[in-house]
Design a protein around this ligand. Structure first.
Ligand SMILES: *Cc1c(COP(=O)(O)O)cnc(C)c1O
Length: 443
């Protein structure tokens, strides 16, 4: 399979599609990071994908390290997932009435993740965090929400302040169009800063509805929650919130069912619980699904029984629940073992290629979730994460793309593997790494 030698003169079909897209879609994309804004060049248009491989509109093949940003944990076009969706589609696309798949998916999720007694399905991670926030405010009768710089929770107005992901990639201060009144109820603290949190709660504890955090930050690159004096950061957050009558919302949209079988929660150790959790990505297997859940006593506050309105025309869609159920069915111990082995092998290979080329780098991980920072010191905060050699990353990225490996087009993103990243597929990445590392070194 041949690839262009110069990524900035893309293949003709993708180039033409992008030109047309730019006329009718803002920046040519429906989600910012896809536009290649921070790495330059035009994005390839993908026409099909199978296992760990993508094929673009010009017939070029890539080893996919994006996995649709998380959902494709069993690989693309996984036969059992595709078959489940095909079967569901034959029975009708949406009913606007309860359907059995919703019950099955809720049972599956609540049985796999201990703190979940009840969940409600939505259509995206953004909807999940937005709804969890509304529920937390209603349950506490308070307005203020605490978030951490570099944590991304979707494009909810109140949560865009100092968010990661696309907001990090494009160095946006938050977002235009978010009112001062909305922003005023959001307090942003440095990730991992226990003193700042304690200080805030001592001053404003009575106003705080919830702390929301990524269970393991992965939208500024992967930052494992720090353990201090034997106490993990997430447990510290739960204790601090609960002592003040506030809630902890643990956002596992990215880490859920990916960092490990029980997400980051399963890695953090027992003896504490978040009040609400949010999910997305993996639980939809590639179709639009999100979920939020927690103790039944809290979840009962939702409409129609409770006073907190929350709804969705397509929520609990039968195709989406079929894809989610088939994906979770494929995620057994063997699947996590496969992904874990692939994750370790890639981390080692990347670190050794960059070291050989003399490129400063740090690989950070939690469970099977990992990312590569182009700097020589560990990353604990958003400030650390922003202090990277993004030019080196850009050269590394384009060299790999030329060689047929599609990394996330940003130095602030996790790399995503699947059960389809076999040794054979990974060899293609490993063969491409030395040249990419050399390119990164030439600054
Ligand atoms: C992706 C993500 C979201 C938003 O999910 P969407 O489905 O893109 O709306 C929220 N929180 C985290 C941690 C995410 O990674």
């Amino acid at each position: 399979m041949s690839n262009a030698s110069d990524p900035r003169t893309p293949a003709p079909t993708s180039a033409e599609l992008f030109e047309r897209a730019l006329k009718v879609i803002p920046s040519g994309v429906n989600s910012p990071v896809r536009a290649f804004g921070s790495v330059g060049g035009n994005p390839p248009f993908i026409v099909s994908a199978s296992g760990a491989l993508l094929r673009d509109a010009d017939g070029r093949e890539y080893v996919d390290m994006v996995g649709s940003w998380g959902p494709m944990i069993l690989g693309h076009a996984n036969p059992s997932v595709v078959e489940a969706v095909r079967e569901a589609a034959g029975k009708g696309l949406s009913f606007g009435a309860p359907q059995p798949g919703e019950v099955l998916l809720a049972e599956e999720l609540t049985s796999r993740v201990r703190p979940l007694e009840q969940i409600r399905l939505v259509n995206s991670g953004t909807e999940a965090t937005m709804s969890a926030l509304r529920l937390a405010r209603a349950a506490t009768g308070r307005d203020v929400v605490v978030k951490f710089a570099g944590c991304y929770h979707g494009h909810v107005d109140a949560l865009l302040a100092e968010a990661g992901s696309g907001v990090a990639t494009f160095a946006l201060p938050g977002s235009a169009g978010v009112t001062a009144a909305t922003a005023k109820d959001t307090v942003v603290l440095p990730y991992g800063d226990r003193e700042a949190l304690t200080e805030l709660f001592s001053q404003r504890g009575g106003e705080i509805a919830a702390i929301i955090t990524e269970a393991a930050p992965a939208n500024m690159g992967v930052v494992p929650p720090p353990v201090q004096d034997g106490t993990g950061f997430n447990r510290f957050l739960a204790d601090t919130a609960h002592a003040a009558g506030a809630l902890l919302i643990s956002d596992e949209v990215l880490s859920g069912f990916r960092a490990g079988a029980e997400g980051q929660y399963g890695i953090d150790g027992e003896g504490w619980e978040p009040d609400l959790m949010t999910f997305g990505k993996v639980i939809g297997g590639g179709l639009p699904v999100g979920a939020f859940g927690g103790r039944a006593e809290l979840m009962r506050l939702l409409a129609p029984a409770g006073p907190v309105y929350q709804a969705g025309t397509l929520s609990g869609n039968p195709l989406a629940t079929a894809a989610g159920l088939a994906t979770l069915a494929g995620l057994d111990d063997a699947a996590y073992e496969t992904i874990s082995r692939a994750s370790l092998a890639v981390q080692e290979a990347v670190a050794s290629a960059l070291a050989d080329a003399g490129v400063p780098h740090v690989v950070q991980s939690t469970g099977t979730l990992f990312s590569v920072f182009f700097r020589d010191q560990p990353v604990h905060t958003y400030e650390d994460a922003k202090d990277q050699n993004t030019e080196a990353f850009t050269r590394f990225f384009h060299s790999l793309l030329e060689q047929g490996v599609h990394l996330p087009p940003s130095a602030f993103e996790a790399w995503f593997l699947s059960t389809a990243h076999t040794d054979q597929v990974l060899d293609r990445l490993f063969e491409a790494l030395p040249a990419a590392a050399k390119a990164a070194a030439q600054g």
